[in-house]
Design a protein around this ligand. Structure first.
Ligand code: E4P
Length: 219
């Protein structure tokens, strides 16, 4: 399973890449807008930092023809850019055309197994089901991940399931149990997932017991 960070904050990315477990990045218009007014520069920094991992960059145009043109420009920014396009009915022809032209895409805002199946048929690289936004309206978002895993495997599609909108470590655990190919995590969820209070307590106890020996050097 791959882990991506869901942020455009370059300082945070520089810090957490050191853990060795981050495989890529997902950006979106909301987190890019928070990261300042030079989104292109920010994307160039991120794609350079993660040159061996996929970096999703979302289209901002809404007219399909303008979106197609923008998608090609985004794809040309770096070889590891994946173009993110919302799963909206109006954009199917754009997604179809880009797929035929070999553009790597991450289809975002996927909420049903039916939408996901259609995107798999178009041959996109990733589908991003939004777990947390289902949970916000009291629907089990993790259940969707299980449905998508079964659907992709039943039909032998090559599209990867990228669990998105994960708001808690429990969502990450759910994504792992559902067999998602990738989970993208906001930095605060990533940090929480690294730690456990019982691990901390266990270390304290080992240190205290070891200190009783009163030796300075070991081995
Ligand atoms: C994924 O690619 C999206 O950027 C992200 O997970 C959205 O999460 P949110 O619902 O917390 O905004």
């Amino acid at each position: 399973m791959k882990l991506f960070l869901d942020t455009s904050d370059i300082d945070v990315l520089r810090e957490y890449i050191k853990t060795g477990v981050i495989d890529g990045v997902t950006t979106n218009p909301s987190n890019l807008s928070k990261a300042g007014n030079q989104p292109r520069k920010r994307i160039e920094e991120i794609t350079t930092l993660f040159k061996h991992g996929d970096v999703s960059v979302e289209v901002t145009e809404q007219d399909p023809a303008a979106m197609y043109k923008q998608a090609l420009e985004i794809a040309a920014l770096a070889p590891n850019v994946v173009v993110k396009i919302p799963c909206h009915a109006d954009y199917y022809p754009v997604i179809h055309r880009l797929a035929q032209e070999g553009i790597n895409m991450n289809i975002t805002l996927v909420f049903t197994v039916a939408q996901a199946l259609m995107m798999c048929k178009l041959g996109v690289r990733y589908i991003s089901p939004f777990v947390g936004r289902w949970d916000e309206i009291d629907v089990d978002g993790i259940a969707l991940l299980h449905e998508l895993r079964a659907m992709v495997d039943n039909y032998g599609f090559s599209t990867m399931i990228l669990a998105a909108s994960l708001r808690h470590v429990r969502h990450l655990n759910g994504a792992i149990n559902a067999g998602a190919d990738v989970a993208t995590l906001p930095p605060e969820v990533f940090v929480k997932a690294l730690a456990h209070p019982l691990t901390d307590r266990g270390i304290e106890r080992f240190n205290a017991d070891w200190a009783k020996l009163g030796i300075r050097q070991f081995p």
